[in-house]
Structures are given as structure tokens and as C-alpha cells.
Ligand binder design. Structure first.
Ligand code: FAD
Length: 434
């Protein structure tokens, strides 16, 4: 491709807007096509998650366009998980061994608006343009209503239900599968109480209940957004206001007085689906590519989907550096560089669901976390928990997975060796008759 190519990005969500900023800085002519009207004028869609947890990987990507300080100015840092048992005391489990590091609760709408503002300064944005067809060979796009456009490079940042991915499946041999969870999600609101937060805003709150859970993240207006992650059939089973009230009183007793619109929220807010997208290849002919959820949507239990989508943008920018902006080389290289990492976080996000909804409530888990933090103190820089490596570092996800496996093996060997040594001392005492 000679000269500076025209790049079309389908989807002006989180990844699409950030990508537009990075590519414009490289001198590409960028146009974003977004199916929705401008959300800055229209307000957020009901049923999308209200807030999200932003951590180091996402912040690192925002730093690249100088947007990190603006976004962090409205962030609410959460330094641990606050566990709410059915009865009994709350338990704060810190995320880092020094207790100082936090993940950040961010308004999704405000983050998207900040990114749209930044993208609008650097690129063209066409709202109310829903992609309905794409010819991967020519880069010709068709939008709802019949309007067409063409670009040298077309990038699909159009989320988990990507139309660009569908076009690659239809016309370029992409194979895909979405593994849906049996669990869905529904949001409820804990409003501010007398102008103040009703719960500690410095923590992510979890009500772990075995096969299901509720979580709550703070918002800048001092409310909390609660999300229920329940088996799908459990939502339908509560089919009267009385059944909803009875269930919450039995299972989430401390939350009930904090959710005045419980029944209304429960009856009117939708149940969202959750799943992992497996798709390959992510590109065709070095002309059409996928990024973010469009390539590899994951379940939200590590709070990493958006962070990972932002990290994709950083990696794509790096491979463009390495390939001298040759898209035919860059898109296949991006996939090779990123596939193992995104598969690793997809697997770890599923594993973390079991940890959050079940394990965090157990005394054995609490003991193990204390031991892990003590070990981190004893071996500074050598031993880091998986949570810290995922949330507070930019170490590639697949490398995190391998490193944590080695750490656990070393720990098990050390525990076994300590056990054998202790047995030896006891045996020696017996032999000596002491
Ligand atoms: P999206 O944000 O989905 O953006 C896609 C954009 O494309 C949208 O603007 C959409 O309107 C547009 N679009 C779609 N189809 C078309 C089309 N045909 N034509 C034109 N435009 C189109 N991640 C975190 O990092 N931390 C969290 O705490 C977190 N919590 C989550 C909680 C829940 C309940 C869920 C469901 C997800 C959560 N995530 C979280 C994941 C995160 O929301 C996604 O990973 C992230 O939004 C992906 O960004 P994206 O830009 O790839 O896709």
C-alpha cells in the first residue's frame, strides 16, 4: 500500500476510539463508523454495564494518548474485595500485599465520551452507521440503509457480536465459536444515602453464594451499581415481587435496605448474556482485521475485557512500528503476537468466576491469601500473586500464567520439603528417645 492508507474502524466503542487516536498519530487517515447515535448526546444504552474496573494495562494504553490523568480524575480506587457473608462480619481482602495498589471503578459512559472527544479531534466519526456487509477482498463496506464506503484497511472493533467477524466467516474462511456461560447478569442500583456512599467506596463488594454471586462497584455520583451473576434459570424463577423480596431477604440480607427500587430494577432491567468468543484467523489478506472483543470477547470476572482490548491497541501500534506501517505484515504479526495472551486471559477469567463466587468466602482461601502476601514480603519481586501480575503489571497474560504455575510448583515443593524436614526432626527425636 503506497502512501498513507485510509483506515476504516467499525465500532466507536472503547477499543475503536483508542485505536483511531493511535493510528491518527501515525499519520493514517481514519474514519470511525458507529451503529449508535452519538452517545454523548443520547445517553448510555440500558443494560450495558454502567461501570468497569480499569487497571494498569488499560491505563498504560491511555497514557499513550495522554488521556490517563483525565480518566483517573473521576476514578474511584478500590484497594480490595469486601466480602459480605449471609450473616457475620464483613471481610476486606486487599488486592496487593502492601495494601496500596488499587483497581479503579470508572463510568463506562464517561470513559467512552472522553475517548470519543479525543477521537473526534483526530479522525472522522460517522454515527448511526451500522455495518451490515463487507467484502474482505476489496474493503467495501455496506451500511444499514444501503450506504457504502471503501477503505484500504478495515478494522473491526465492533464488539462481541462483530459484523466484521461475521463477514470474515462468510467470505474469508474465519472459524468461530462462542461459548456462552449458563450464567447471565442483571444490574441493580444502590443509591447514595443522605448524599453519601451507602457502602465503603474503597472496595469492590462481593456477596459470594456458591454457584452465584452479586458484586457492587462505586460510581462518581455516590451510588453503587450491583451486578447479579446468576444461573439463567434462577432469574426466571423469581416471577413475583414477593418472590424477589423473599429471595433477597434470605440471600443478601444486608443489601436489601440499601436497594429501595429492588423489585422495579429486578423486573425492568434485562438479563445480559456472557460468553467467550473463539475465532481465527483475525485477519484476511492484511486488509481486514479484528481487535478487542470482536476478536476475543471474554467473561468479565477478571475485570480485564476492556483492559485487554486497550492493550491490543498498544500491541498493534508496536507491530506497525516493527513492520514500517505495512499492514499486510502487521495484521498477521498482531495475531501471532496476541493470540496466546488473549487465550490465557480468557481461561483465567473463567477460573476467577469460581474464585469470586465461591472460594473467597472460605477460611482456607483466606489463609492461603495471607500466606501468599507473606511470601511476597519475604521474596520481594520474586513472588507476585496472579492478581497483582494481571491487574498491576503489563507482563503478557500468557507469561503470567506460566510464571504463576512455576510459583505454585516451587511453593508446593518448598512446603513438601519443609514437611519432610519437620518429619525428619520428629523421627530423630523419637530415635534418640527425646
Ligand atoms: P465494545 O465496547 O462492545 O464496543 C463495540 C462498539 O461497536 C460499540 O460502540 C457498538 O455500538 C459498535 N458496533 C457494534 N456492531 C456494530 C456494527 N455492526 N456497525 C457499527 N458499529 C457497531 N472490562 C474491563 O476491563 N473491566 C471490567 O470491570 C469489565 N466489566 C464488565 C462487566 C460486564 C457485565 C460486561 C458484559 C463486560 C465487562 N467488561 C469489563 C468487558 C468490556 O466491557 C469489554 O471487553 C469492552 O467493552 C470491549 O471493548 P470493545 O471496544 O472491543 O467493544
Amino acid at each position: 500500500m503506497a502512501g498513507s492508507p485510509e483506515v476504516a474502524i467499525v465500532g466507536a466503542g472503547l477499543a475503536g476510539c483508542l485505536l483511531a487516536c493511535y493510528l491518527a498519530a501515525r499519520g493514517h487517515q481514519v474514519t470511525l463508523y458507529e451503529r449508535r447515535p452519538d452517545p454523548r448526546a443520547e445517553g448510555a444504552e440500558r443494560g450495558r454495564s454502567i461501570n468497569l474496573a480499569l487497571s494498569e494495562r488499560g491505563l498504560n494504553a491511555l497514557r499513550g494518548i495522554g488521556l490517563d490523568d483525565q480518566v483517573m480524575a473521576e476514578a474511584l480506587p478500590m484497594r480490595g474485595r469486601m466480602i459480605h457473608p449471609v450473616h457475620g462480619r464483613l471481610d476486606l481482602q486487599l488486592y496487593s500485599s502492601d495494601g496500596l495498589r488499587s483497581i479503579n471503578s470508572i463510568s463506562r459512559a464517561r470513559l467512552n465520551a472522553a475517548l470519543l472527544d479525543a477521537a473526534a479531534e483526530r479522525a472522522g466519526i460517522r454515527f448511526a452507521h451500522r455495518l451490515t456487509g463487507l467484502d474482505p477482498a476489496t474493503g467495501t463496506m455496506v451500511f444499514e440503509g444501503g450506504h457504502t464506503a471503501k477503505a484500504d484497511v478495515v478494522l473491526g472493533a465492533d464488539g462481541a457480536g462483530s459484523a466484521v467477524r461475521a463477514a470474515l466467516a462468510e467470505g474469508a474462511g474465519l472459524r468461530e465459536r462462542t461459548d456462552f456461560l449458563q450464567h447471565g447478569y442483571k444490574e441493580l442500583t444502590i443509591p447514595a444515602r443522605d448524599g453519601a456512599f451507602a457502602l465503603d467506596p474503597g472496595a469492590l463488594h462481593i456477596w459470594p453464594r456458591g454457584t452465584s454471586m452479586m458484586i457492587a462497584l462505586p460510581n462518581p455520583d455516590r451510588s453503587f451499581t450491583c451486578t447479579l451473576f446468576w444461573p439463567e434459570e434462577a432469574f426466571a424463577a423469581l416471577d413475583t415481587p414477593q418472590a424477589v423480596e423473599r429471595h433477597f431477604a434470605a440471600v443478601y440480607p444486608d443489601a436489601v435496605p440499601l436497594i429501595p427500587d429492588l423489585v422495579d430494577d429486578y423486573e425492568n432491567n434485562p438479563v445480559g448474556k456472557l460468553g467467550t468468543v473463539h475465532a481465527r484467523p483475525w485477519q484476511a489478506g492484511g486488509r481486514v482485521g479484528l481487535i478487542g472483543d470482536a476478536a476475543h470477547a471474554i467473561v468479565p470476572f477478571y475485570g480485564q475485557g476492556a483492559n485487554c482490548a486497550f492493550e491490543d491497541v498498544v500491541v498493534l501500534n508496536q507491530v506497525l512500528d516493527e513492520s514500517g506501517d505495512d499492514w499486510t505484515a502487521a495484521l498477521p504479526l498482531f495475531e501471532r503476537r496476541r493470540f496466546e495472551d488473549t487465550s490465557a486471559i480468557a481461561a483465567m477469567a473463567l477460573e476467577n468466576f469460581v474464585e469470586m463466587r465461591d472460594k473467597v468466602a472460605s477460611p482456607v482461601y483466606r489463609l492461603a491469601r495471607h500466606a501468599e502476601h507473606a511470601l511476597q514480603g519475604a521474596l520481594p519481586g520474586l513472588y507476585l500473586s496472579r492478581y497483582e501480575l494481571i491487574s498491576f503489571s503489563n507482563v503478557p497474560y500468557a507469561r503470567v500464567r506460566r510464571r504463576v504455575r512455576r510459583q505454585h510448583q516451587a511453593l508446593a515443593a518448598a512446603v513438601a520439603a519443609a514437611g519432610i524436614a519437620a518429619l525428619g526432626v520428629a523421627a530423630a527425636r523419637r530415635i534418640r528417645g527425646r
